[in-house]
Design a protein around this ligand. Structure first.
Ligand SMILES: Cc1cc2nc3c(=O)[nH]c(=O)nc-3n(C[C@H](O)[C@H](O)[C@H](O)COP(=O)(O)OP(=O)(O)OC[C@H]3O[C@@H](n4cnc5c(N)ncnc54)[C@H](O)[C@@H]3O)c2cc1C
Length: 145
């Protein structure tokens, strides 16, 4: 079965979500594909999980800095297993939550390999030209011009 979309966004991170939702709001049919779990770097591997890890390290650091100033840091330690378990409580459900949110907005999602995307772009090249740069999505939907 073949489906045609006004816009196919490659990637599901912050940039892709922004482009997809804006175009969908104007009535375009939009699909989003990613080769990794949906959510992109920030939510799954970057900003959000980093803040948990940095927060734990900062707590240890603060306790040590206050040693001899009213805080006893002796038993303050990072429990790595527990910390990662906590991090996963919000990173693990994120892909499915995001896909459900996109579905509610009428954006079709698909897991894809590099190869599958290459094939799709070859087929769709006359309709939509998509250029992906690091941290940037540039889209010229020729069919809409
Ligand atoms: C450790 C770390 C900490 C960070 N902390 C912060 C922070 O505190 N504040 C901040 O502002 N920024 C932070 N960043 C940067 C932030 O994560 C990125 O700027 C942001 O995620 C970029 O979003 P994006 O949508 O452009 O790309 P991404 O979120 O990286 O999304 C790109 C998506 O495209 C998919 N993709 C790529 N190629 C293909 C392909 N060929 N086929 C299918 N899918 C493909 C990838 O799987 C990925 O899901 C951090 C980054 C890291 C690594």
């Amino acid at each position: 079965m073949t489906e045609t979309f006004d816009l196919v966004v490659i990637g599901s991170g912050a940039a892709a979500q922004s482009v997809a939702s804006r175009c969908r709001t104007t009535g375009w049919t939009v699909a989003m594909v990613d080769k990794r779990p949906f959510g992109g770097t920030c939510a799954l591997r970057g900003c959000d999980p980093k803040k948990v890890l940095v927060g734990a390290a900062a707590a240890i650091d603060a306790a040590r800095l206050l040693s001899g100033k009213g805080v006893r840091p002796d038993n303050v330690a990072i429990d790595w297993t527990e910390l990662i378990r906590f991090k996963r409580t919000f990173t693990d459900p994120h892909p499915e939550n995001l896909k459900a949110q996109l579905a509610r907005a009428g954006i079709v999602t698909a897991q894809s390999s590099n190869k599958a995307i290459a094939v799709n772009l070859t087929v769709e090249v006359n309709l939509v030209f998509i250029q992906i740069l690091p941290h940037m999505v540039m889209i010229w939907p020729v069919a809409k011009l």
